[in-house]
Design a protein around this ligand. Sequence first.
Ligand SMILES: [Zn+2]
Length: 389
Amino acid sequence: MLADIEQIGRNPRTGGYRRDAWSSADMELREWFTHQAAKRGLTSHEDRNGNLWAWWGDPSVQGPGLVTGSHLDSVREGGAFDGPLGVASAFEAIDLLRGDGFQPDRPIAVACFTDEEGARFGVPCIGSRLLTGVLDPDRARSLRDEQGHSLDEVLTARGRQPGRLGRDDETLARVGVFVELHVEQGRALEAPVGVASAIWPHGRWRFDFRGTADHAGTTAFEDRDDPMLAYAHAVLAARTQAEAHGVRATFGKVRVEPNNANAIPSLVTAWLDARGPETEKVRALVTELAAGADVTEESWTPEVTFDEVLRTRVACVAGLDGHPAPILPTAAGHDAGILASAGVPTAMLFVRNPTGVSHAPGEFAEPRDCVSGVIALAAVLADLTGGGS
Ligand SMILES: [Zn+2]
């Protein structure tokens, strides 16, 4: 299934993917999702926040169901597995259950959450945040991409109705349990399949360092107000302070104005991603770095601890050779975290990543581990929908 979509949004030079939300690549992937649903006789539909759902059974008649899935968008120059592995595995797990003649006692759905990475509009998990009401629809509509297009304009151009964005209780009420399968994004998982215990609290902050543009040659050092220096200090401080606090901090995106090689900049805008096991330490780091910059919090996701009873049960079912699957925390954000925070019983399965590389073209999972992931997911779906084959 991943081979079907391996060319979509791929940079042939680097092998990296660019699948921004609502780009033509994303539209193609959404179509692929709908096609996969139709091929299996699942009822697919797009909710008013742009998330896709493919139902086996009817949740409006049979009550809330078990939802599995992930996302299809990518970071810039991302890998092939982050997101699509969870969507493809969800369809495959349903195939496996049906092949066994399994009849679930409640509906099962495959979900694809829109704009999980936030690569285009800066806020991650836009689809699940809107669905659960943690992202204000007015704020969402006014988010702009680098070309200056607002989400409102982009959705309108794609024939959607941005006026309908916002918390969607009707859709949410259909989700009894959510299980997301995802490629592991570090090297912590040694077994083929693992289960998430928690997601570190994490956020993104925009730092605006302001100065005065001037000539790179004729302006004496004592006359300069160069924001690049403040930015450079912040980058180095982020690293040292993060190590001191036991958290992770990264400036991964920067924009310079006016961006001339022979001029002192007037403005350096940089984005800090910071996360760690303890909220206070992440917060303390951001406060320490804020000197000399105007700081705007663009997103914040509190720590998520997955339902303990559910994760223990999932680990038992997803284990191999009679051993429960290992349970581990993750430093990566996921739609599963947003749903868990909204009170939906939620679990996550991870598929081993041999190199730990993620959000980069080298992201990889062995095909046999992906198959183990599908088998584990199918076993979890069967266990949670209680029927027998
Ligand atoms: Zn992901």
